[in-house]
Design a binder for this molecule. Structure first.
Ligand code: COA
Length: 278
């Protein structure tokens, strides 16, 4: 088995290999070519630094590396089911860590779905340590709203993509790779709402409104009770987008999460964020 750079393969080959590695995955996440291309663009994945494990011209597995400043992010790692437990996952990890060293990166990050013990063990074996648990939450469209919330609102301001990026770049919380401003500025047509409450509470939400789904949701509370203000912001948002279901990725389990739950979000699955210095 040898490692090759991912940029010597087509996106069609990479997509096929990725889907093969995820056939038995905990949370099904099939990709198509357009989505994988978009994924690499949004998350700054460098195919030159990503690795493919090949034996007799057959792809056994792959692992990708995102690069931002002096940080690396391991993603899309997987080995075809028939080839597991033979050291391929380890070889891919070593290839990605070597690539990070060659670029003089200072730290590497990744996430693993909670309960994925094979991958979690592999990452621990390569020196990664848990930093925090992140929630992937979803919400179904609902016709009913907590009407009392609308009486508490003083002002709603609608903002465009450029304003959304400015809000995101001033966040207090450390975002995860997926939600970093570097990711979100690569997404087209973000929207934002700034919500002020009569009691002085204040905050905003940025999001991408697709025809069927709201994605890329980020909420920040700048003044007031985090749970109350989050619930109010999300109620305003969903009242304006009644038909779409929503997904909010990589939330922390904090007071804002209570506001998400009050606005109808439920815990879909969790990721564990991990890092190691280089
Ligand atoms: C995680 C995965 C990449 C491991 O690949 P692999 O080729 O089987 O890994 P290796 O043979 O190199 O094993 C390396 C280490 O991983 C861990 N590991 C791998 N499979 C494991 C299993 N079934 N149970 C527990 N630990 C396991 C062990 O720590 C192992 O070290 P050891 O052999 O000294 O015990 C593979 O199981 C896979 O592709 N899973 C589906 C996709 C996935 O989960 N990707 C990660 C997303 S974050």
């Amino acid at each position: 088995m040898e490692l090759q750079q991912a940029n010597s393969f087509t996106f069609e080959q990479l997509t096929d290999a990725y889907n093969e590695t995820r056939i038995d995955y905990l949370v099904p996440m099939p990709m198509n070519v357009a989505r994988l291309m978009e994924y690499c663009r949004v998350y700054d994945v460098s195919l030159e630094h990503s690795c493919i494990a090949v034996e007799d011209e057959i792809m056994l597995g792959l692992g990708m590396l995102g690069i931002r400043h002096q940080r690396g992010w391991i993603t899309r790692l997987g080995v075809l089911p028939a080839g597991r437990r033979k050291g391929t996952g380890s070889a891919l990890m070593e290839g990605l860590i070597d690539a990070a060293h060659r670029e003089s990166l200072q730290a590497m990050w990744l996430e693993v779905i909670k309960g994925n013990e094979p991958a979690h063990n592999l990452f621990r074996k390569y020196g990664f340590e848990e930093t925090r648990e992140l929630i992937v939450a979803r919400r179904a469209p609902k016709a009913e709203f907590n009407k009392a919330i609308f009486d508490q609102i003083r002002r709603i301001t609608t903002l465009n993509h450029e304003d959304a990026i400015i809000l995101l770049s001033h966040r207090q919380e450390r975002p995860n790779w997926l939600n970093e401003t570097e990711s979100l500025q690569n997404v087209r047509n973000l929207s934002a709402l700034l919500v002020e409450l009569k009691n002085g509470g204040r905050g905003w939400v940025t999001y991408h409104a697709g025809l069927l789904q709201l994605t890329r949701l980020i909420v920040e509370v700048t003044v007031g009770d985090p749970t109350e203000v989050t619930e109010a912001i999300l109620t305003v948002l969903h009242q304006r987008h009644k038909r779409q279901d929503s997904i909010a990725e990589n939330l922390c389990e904090d007071e804002k999460w209570l506001g998400f739950q009050k606005a109808g979000y439920f815990d879909s699955f969790r990721r564990i964020e991990m890092t190691r210095p280089l």
